[in-house]
Write a protein that binds this ligand. Structure first.
Ligand code: HEM
Length: 215
């Protein structure tokens, strides 16, 4: 197989394009939806990152997943600051996971508990995306809803402890290339990455149904 970092990117490329062009994402980033839709989306992220990051400590010493666990990636505290800004101090009281979000978070937790390679698939799908397209989303959100640049509301997208995202991504791809997995396991991880994109697509579909455009 090609370098694993290349194989996983190529294998998920088509679904990436679908995710980018999903109607919820394009409406959101096209400025056609209100800040409530953005807040609802951010709430869904809270459930997913709780599942990813609740497992971090237990996986830190794992030979497969351990190298990927990096404190500078952790997002839950940032999401919570964004939610306090978007929903107010009692944001927890109104927080509800969509069915697709519940399924997604449950799958992440399941991988975290039983299959470190699967956890890496979910880790890659979210964090490498956040470091990449996330920066485009942040820029659009700041413009659409008037958040302070890199401030409350978009802190999820701000990796304060990663000064050079391009270098960080290169290093991350190096970790993927060196992953302690044989070719069969790598293929399984790629398959799980595709599932991770499916879960994201399902969340977008449910959000799209909740925030339809009148057009
Ligand atoms: C409108 C929404 C999105 C935009 C504009 C966007 C944009 C981008 C861009 C420009 C890159 C390339 C970065 C590079 O070459 O270094 C990228 C990479 C990536 N994106 Fe997205 N993205 C979006 C949504 C998503 C979603 C929903 C996911 C999955 C949950 C995702 C996952 C990824 C991943 C995993 C990569 C890294 C690919 C690799 O280099 O291995 N993206 N994105």
């Amino acid at each position: 197989m090609d370098a694993f970092s290349t194989a996983i990117r190529v294998a998920s490329h088509e679904q990436h394009t679908e995710a980018e062009s999903s109607s919820f994402m394009s409406d959101l980033l096209g400025g056609r939806l209100g800040v409530d839709a953005y807040a609802r989306y951010t709430e869904q992220l809270w459930f997913v990152y709780r599942a990813l990051e609740d497992a971090a400590e237990a996986l830190a010493g794992d030979p497969v997943a351990g190298p990927f666990i990096r404190p500078e990636l952790m997002r839950v505290a940032e999401i919570e600051r964004d939610l306090a800004h978007l929903r107010g101090p009692s944001w927890r009281e109104t927080l509800v996971a969509l069915p697709a979000t519940r399924a997604y978070a449950a799958r992440v937790a399941e991988c975290a508990a039983a299959w470190p390679g699967g956890y890496v698939a979910h880790h890659y799908t979210r964090y490498l995306g956040d470091l990449s397209g996330g920066q485009i989303i942040r820029d659009r959100a700041e413009r659409a809803w008037g958040f302070a640049r890199k401030g409350d509301g978009v802190r999820f997208y701000v990796f304060a402890d990663i000064s050079n995202p391009a270098a960080f991504k290169r290093e991350y791809r190096g970790l993927l290339d060196a992953i302690a997995a044989d070719d069969l396991e790598k293929q399984r991880i790629i398959d799980e990455c595709k599932r991770a994109f499916d879960y994201n697509g399902a969340v977008f579909r449910e959000l799209g149904a909740e925030f339809p455009l009148s057009a």
